[in-house]
Design a protein around this ligand. Structure first.
Ligand code: HEM
Length: 403
């Protein structure tokens, strides 16, 4: 082969690999967006079709057919209206939900302590059960509270299905099918012999459970860890989270949620905003644009020192005092509920719900509890920001210190 032929061959190979990667690779591997302006514009310009395409995973794995997956504008509008209606919560209902959550936490904590030989509590599983049951109570009020073993089974299968979608192989596909079947059977058992409450009885229950339960439990877990186990006395000596949350759970209404606690500038809203900033449940928002898929890196934007200062990774609810003003100018790097027409209809409900759930946990897990050292436990006692990943704190355990 002459030098020219060899050179031509190299150019052909290079061109072929470029064509291949631009057709297959870049269209499959989403491009990450981190420019604040670009992210805001992309979200504001989004159509339901640009969101439905990357959300097909939800259809494949959970058979979801809701506002997040449809390309039908009428169906989308009906869905969002239904969800908005079911999210309306008056003060009496908040009160009832707060009492329900506190009683539930008491029962769950006791049964976990009794069931374990070493009197330890598995925190993620406690939080998952609490959140799942409160979501049932709120959105499916006609459904009797399930057995703990059913809740554990369902939440574990939901988790396993999310994880299985990350692995692309036939082994994973058959695994997904099996998990799906198990999840459907157990959900049918839990929902049988009851009306579906506020959501149509023909709908897949996961249409509501997935957006509500999945987004709430992870941020509730991290918010609770921050306020109960990571409150650094030297920096935050003036914040007594126990008292702030105890006041809120006695009067869980929007005005107490926003009111600064006596002697501080901190409100529950500030604490929850800070948790949603550092630990946004939707860490990345995907969109299918004309030629490529992009992912808006919400978690990165929320921790960017350019927007949030050198202590961007520190949990400091008091930063919300001044920062809220910036949002008025529409410049804030804060989008836990997305932005624009397709943003989350629960953006007012969910922060209150997080406040109630964290308060319920704070009421039962006081200073006499400690995180068990070693493994994931040691990560919690460090000052650096907690990991936002789904599985990182699986198995995190608490122990009651003998007095
Ligand atoms: C901490 C709690 C929550 C967070 C962080 C959250 C986050 C989000 C985000 C980021 C989006 C926009 C997704 C996108 O642009 O592609 C969204 C949309 C949506 N969320 Fe939530 N969500 C939460 C709770 C809930 C709850 C409790 C419900 C209802 C039961 C809910 C129902 C929905 C629905 C129906 C949409 C689609 C809205 C539309 O298409 O107009 N979310 N959520």
């Amino acid at each position: 082969m002459s030098f020219q032929e060899f050179f031509l061959l190299l150019i052909c190979l290079f061109a072929a690999s470029w064509v291949y990667s631009s057709i297959f690779h870049t269209s499959r591997t989403p491009r990450t967006l981190r420019g604040l302006q670009q992210c805001r514009e992309t979200l504001r310009a989004s159509t339901i079709a640009s969101r439905a395409a990357p959300n097909q995973q939800l259809v494949e794995v959970f058979n979801i057919d809701n506002a997040l997956t449809t390309i039908n504008k009428i169906y989308h509008a009906i869905w969002v209206r239904r969800v908005r209606d079911s999210l309306k919560t008056h003060d009496d209902e908040w009160n009832a939900l707060a009492i329900f959550a506190s009683n539930l936490r008491r029962t769950l904590l006791l049964s976990q302590i009794r069931a374990s030989n070493d009197r330890m509590v598995d925190l993620p599983s406690l939080v998952q059960s609490l959140v799942f049951r409160v979501v049932l109570q709120k959105f499916f009020p006609g459904v009797p509270q399930p057995l703990e073993e059913d809740v554990h089974f369902i939440t574990a299968r939901i988790n396993a299905l999310w994880l299985a979608t990350k692995i692309h192989c036939s082994q994973a596909d058959s695994n997904v099918l099996e998990l799906k079947g198990q999840l459907e059977t157990r959900l049918r058992k839990v929902f049988q012999a009851s009306s579906m409450g506020q959501i149509s009885s023909k709908a897949n229950r996961l249409n509501i459970i997935i957006p509500a339960y999945e987004s709430l439990w992870r941020v509730v877990l991290r918010c609770f860890l921050e306020v109960r186990f990571r409150n650094q006395p030297k920096k935050f000596e003036e914040i007594d989270y126990s008292r702030i949350f105890s006041r809120f759970i006695s009067h869980p209404n929007p005005s107490v949620f926003e009111a600064p606690f006596l002697g501080t500038q901190i409100s529950i809203k500030h604490v929850v905003n800070e948790a949603l900033r550092l630990y946004p449940p939707t860490r990345r928002i995907h969109r299918q644009l004309d030629k490529e898929t992009v992912k808006i890196d919400v978690e990165w934007l929320h921790r960017d020192p350019v927007s949030w200062g050198r202590d961007a990774e520190a949990f400091r609810p008091e930063r919300w005092e001044g920062v809220l003003l910036k949002d008025v100018k529409g410049k804030m790097a804060f989008m836990p509920f997305g932005l624009g027409d397709l943003s989350c209809p629960a953006k007012k409900f969910a922060p209150m719900m997080i406040g109630v759930l964290v308060a319920a946990l704070m009421g039962g897990v006081g200073e006499e509890w400690e995180v068990v050292d070693g493994g994931v436990g040691s990560d919690v006692s460090r000052t650096r920001v907690l990991d936002g990943g789904r599985e990182v704190y699986a198995g995190l355990r608490l122990r009651k210190v003998e007095g």
